[in-house]
Design a protein around this ligand. Sequence first.
Ligand SMILES: [Zn+2]
Length: 323
Amino acid sequence: MLPKQISLFSFAFLLFWLSSSYVFAENEDSVYKERKALFQKMEALSQIPWYYFAAIDNYERNKKPSSEEEQVISVEFDEDSWYGIGNYTQNADIHIIKLFDGIGQDGNGDGIASLDEDEDIMYTLAMLLLDEGPTSDDIKVALWKHYKRDLTVKSIMNTARVFEKFNEINLTNRDFPVDINYNYSYRNTWGDRRGYGGLRIHEGTDIFADYGTPIKSTTYGVVEMMGWNRFGGWRIGIRDIYNIYHYYAHMSGFNEDIKVGTIVQPGDILGSVGSSGYGPPGTSGKFPPHLHYGMYKDDGYKEWSFDPYPYLRKWERMARNNR
Ligand SMILES: [Zn+2]
């Protein structure tokens, strides 16, 4: 009797697990749809292309320590600038807000500028952007005035290009950085000590493979950096739409179609495995061929590295399932 009970229990559990993950996936899907519809509505109202709203919203979402995926939008305004200084009762009537020089706008036509209404918040953002104008250069200026940081402006503009190119914000597919049809091996080398160039901590995972094994982009993003680096040899840096920088080092060469500014998607060939680095340009063969893969997170103020190993394991499974 007991084994049957156990199997019944696990069957029920499996059903629960399947249905809950299904519901989660469906919710996730619908929040992307809801967001995109909102951004497109803002485009209709302001003539500013929807993907700029999407990119700014995405940037704000990923800046937060714990991003809430279910929340529709992540753009926020502080109460003082919204209602206006001196509007102590926080009267949300748009005429009163205007009287107090508040920035709050009414995006859904109810005469109220509410900090709880996504449409009001996004419309307010649209009107602030329109102060500069609707072109991509105008938006760049508006972003610079607000964030006062080159990397932030560049990241948002590049994310907007990715959304525009794929006409989609639900870009969750991933790939493994080394072609899984070739021989390769890796283990968790996060934090290992390194001798070259003074004592450094190993910030990444080394994936060992033969010379010439194709290296692929793991994510959607834009090539931010390319060329020789004393430690990394021939290396490429790609910033994804979550403001994460993916660093590929020790390559033997690059795919000639890839340049700084190129938009990439998971699976795009970046180049091939080599052993370049640890010296002046062209230095090679000082260690066995491998791809050094690093990930860096940026929160709008500073950048720090984190362990890519768990992600690599996950993307490896995704690559196998896609094969
Ligand atoms: Zn390494």
